[in-house]
Design a protein around this ligand. Sequence first.
Ligand code: AMP
Ligand code: MN
Ligand code: MN
Ligand code: MN
Length: 283
Amino acid sequence: MNLSSYTLNADLHTHTTASDGALSPSELIALAIENGTQMLAITDHDTVAGYQTVRRMAKQRGLNLISGVEVSTTWNGMGIHVIGLNFDTEHAVIADLLAKQTDARQQRAQTILHKLKKVGLPISLNEVQESASHSHIGRPHIARVMVTKGYVKTMDRAFKKYLGAGKIGDVKSGWVDLSEAVAAIRAGGGVAVVAHPNHYKMTRTKLMRLLDEFIAAGGQGIEVISGKQPQDVTEKFAQIAIEKGLYASLGSDFHRYFPHMATVGRLMSLPEKVTPIWVALSP
Ligand code: AMP
Ligand code: MN
Ligand code: MN
Ligand code: MN
């Protein structure tokens, strides 16, 4: 690997208002350029709508914007996020996958609202849809309505008490299987990456099994850097990437500006010993 490929400033995991991010796609592009990003992927949850609105504009402004998506999947009853990069967003297999996920999101929102109603916190689907405006419905939109209605003080409380892992609103059913998402991304000509591996509370043995099955399904990458993280975490996932023969990806997982969190295009560098994902992302 030559040095220049290591100094590429890439951010391959970001969100916009098309899912649960605060910036519009064009605002995100502007911030990415301002921060010196050379390669960017917009990876909204289960939608490519944001990417599609700015791909031409990004090119005109000299930014290498590649297609992206963050797919919510199920693996062994657990929720695992898979990043798809550099695929044909118009491919029928991708369109099918995302249409299925949109349905799953709608269904899940209704299930969550039903559960909240049962514990005395009624919210209508309409209220959530308004909160989401034209974007894909996610738990953050439900959390925001809960704050507006005075059910909880902050969105963080909404997640801690009702919507987060293990709480009543943590409804995972309906997502595609991990292997199906990976296969669709591959069929669309893209590269599949395991998102934020450090977020999953699983043993090393289980993580290895996940990665083996991910690879068997056609998966090729893992996020070695996800947002701001301690150096030992980077080191751990760099080792795992090498051990499993996976490309190393990196992304801020930017949703909105927070002083203590990673912003677009301002990430640590990948360790030199890994093979960076962009070698697999030829235009
Ligand atoms: P969903 O895509 O509907 O499953 O919602 C998951 C999203 O909720 C994640 O992508 C995060 O952006 C967001 N999220 C997770 N935990 C919290 C939290 N404590 N406060 C606010 N947003 C959160
Ligand atoms: Mn999110
Ligand atoms: Mn995620
Ligand atoms: Mn994300």
